[in-house]
Design a protein around this ligand. Structure first.
Ligand code: S5P
Length: 274
């Protein structure tokens, strides 16, 4: 099972270019940390990305919250991605019919498919959301994550919904590279199947924090050790726990990022050695 393999062993087995790139980047940088840069001003966004860039495997964006967005920001982000060697994941959470999501992914102001290595979708519309996005993403070598679970209190993505999400991924594993989830999905919803030969899906996990257990809007946090070692997830996604409340204090942001990087990496080393 993927859980006991190293990231580089798994990179060698993957065919999807985005999955390969992410796994190789994790190994090269000894970092399974993704930072979610959920800030609304372009200059703050770039400053945080530049500060944490050397410490992360991936930067997660919500590009639609940037108030002073123009396409030049994408060029700057791509330059930082090359300079610091990180993968880009636009957390767009597509959720519409195939034709609409294909347009939202390729077009509009943000043209997500042209710059984001990875994006994600809610499985709620069924398999057509995957084929719609794949029509745009596969020719560009992109990867898709399905939201199989969520970190929030009372989330509806549980039980048979989660199982169906995993089945949708298995049926489209050239484009669906993994899940946003809180635990490994190996064998989930597999009826009479061969767990040993289960595909290797990446698990990217938000809801990670060291200082607090949640926020006032339903978010719930676990530690990097709980997420990576106990639950077998591959990448920790951290937002406010790293960029904090003072965006000008880039030294403090960098220090927090290094703390999470180390905790995430140590938890991975413990997992593969156990
Ligand atoms: O279940 C989820 C899925 C996602 S992608 N829970 C989440 O929190 N997220 C995203 O992760 C959310 O949109 C936000 O960008 C980030 C968590 O931010 P934090 O500040 O709570 O760490």
């Amino acid at each position: 099972p993927a859980q006991t393999l190293t990231y580089s062993e798994r990179a060698a087995r993957h065919k999807n270019p985005a999955a390969k790139l992410l796994l190789e980047t994790i190994e090269r940088k000894n970092s399974n940390l993704a930072v979610s840069v959920d800030v609304t001003k372009r200059e703050d966004f770039l400053a945080v990305v530049d500060a944490v860039g050397p410490l992360v495997c991936l930067i997660k964006t919500h590009i639609d919250i940037i108030e002073d967005f123009d396409y030049g920001l994408i060029k700057r982000l791509e330059e930082l991605s090359k300079k610091h060697d990180f993968v880009i994941f636009e957390d767009r959470k597509f959720a519409d019919i195939g034709n609409t999501v294909a347009l939202q992914y390729s077009s509009g102001v943000h043209k997500i498919a042209s710059w984001s290595h990875i994006t994600n979708a809610h499985p709620v519309p069924g398999p057509s959301i995957v084929s719609g996005l794949a029509s745009v993403g596969v020719p560009l070598g992109r990867g898709l994550l399905l939201l199989a679970e969520m970190s929030t209190k009372g989330a509806l993505a549980t039980g048979s919904y989660t199982e169906e999400a995993v089945r949708m991924a298995r049926a489209n594993s050239q484009f669906v590279i993994g899940f946003i989830a809180q635990r490994r999905m190996d064998g989930v919803g597999l009826v009479g199947g061969d767990v040993e030969n289960e595909g290797d899906f990446l698990i990217l996990t938000p809801g990670v924090g060291l200082e607090v257990k949640g926020d006032a809007m339903g978010q719930q946090y676990r530690t990097p050790d709980e997420v990576v070692r106990e639950s077998g997830c591959d990448v920790i996604i951290v937002g406010r726990g790293i960029y904090g409340t003072d965006l000008k204090d880039v030294d403090a942001i960098r220090l927090r990022a290094e703390r999470y990087r180390k905790e995430g990496w140590d938890a991975y080393l413990k997992r593969i050695r156990s």
